[in-house]
Design a protein around this ligand. Structure first.
Ligand code: CA
Length: 226
């Protein structure tokens, strides 16, 4: 799951980013509104963590712009402004949740997961194909009820493929969902993840196959029975 963290205080941003990454989020960080807008122009995060007091403006303006543009990305506002009026103002302008600083990074991560679990959100669904099951809340994968040990990157790739079951998922879509903007994966990074994933799923007896659709991307499907 891709998360955009907008926070201008470096140590706080770093601490929060680390906590979110430990929870399985792929994090892009923007220290101000301008960088946040640049990132939003090229990436589509699943959730946004928004500080309000930023060096180049007010986070609420960004939120307002997003909602006016019809973007329904869930937004968790994190701010030092504890006044009730600010709180109501933030929610009126389209924040999905609100947390007052100082907020523990683990609490921020928990609130983000809660937003994604809402109806229509990304979490709280179990993705299933054959004997393979993916629990989107715990991000655990099982084959025939047995846990399949996968590295985070492979879990992310598998999730994208399972969410687009029955469709060929373009490489670019997978890369956008799996890598942060500053990661700049090498040309073979995705192939390497896919081949590890195939091997681990096969070793675990998962009845699925990941097909390469040449020049386009990848497709996950039930394994053909011999
Ligand atoms: Ca700030």
């Amino acid at each position: 799951m891709k998360l955009l963290l907008i926070e201008d205080v470096p140590p706080l941003a770093q601490l929060t980013q680390e906590a979110l990454e430990a929870e399985g989020f792929t994090v892009d960080h923007a220290p101000g509104l301008e960088q946040a807008r640049e990132i939003l122009a090229v990436a589509a995060p699943d959730v946004i963590v928004l500080d309000l007091g930023l060096p180049d403006g007010d986070g609420l303006d960004l939120l307002h712009g997003l909602r006016q543009g019809g973007k329904g990305i869930p937004v968790l506002v994190v701010t030092a402004r504890a006044g009730l009026n600010d709180r109501i103002d933030g929610l009126d302008r389209g924040a999905d949740d609100y947390i007052v600083k100082p907020a523990a990074p683990a609490e921020i991560a928990a609130r983000c997961r809660a937003l994604l679990r809402r109806p229509g959100g990304l979490l709280g669904r179990r993705l299933q194909l054959g004997n393979l099951a993916f629990d989107t809340a715990s991000r655990s994968v099982t084959a025939g009820g047995q846990p399949v040990p996968l590295a985070r990157r492979e879990v992310d790739v598998l999730e994208v493929l399972l969410r687009k079951l029955g469709q060929t998922v373009p490489r670019r879509v997978i890369e956008d969902a799996v890598y942060a903007l500053d990661e700049a994966p090498g040309p073979n990074a995705l192939e390497a993840s896919i081949s590890r994933l195939r091997r681990q799923l096969a070793d675990a007896g998962a009845e699925v196959e990941i097909h390469t659709i040449r020049g386009i991307g990848y497709l996950i499907a039930p394994a053909r029975t011999p």
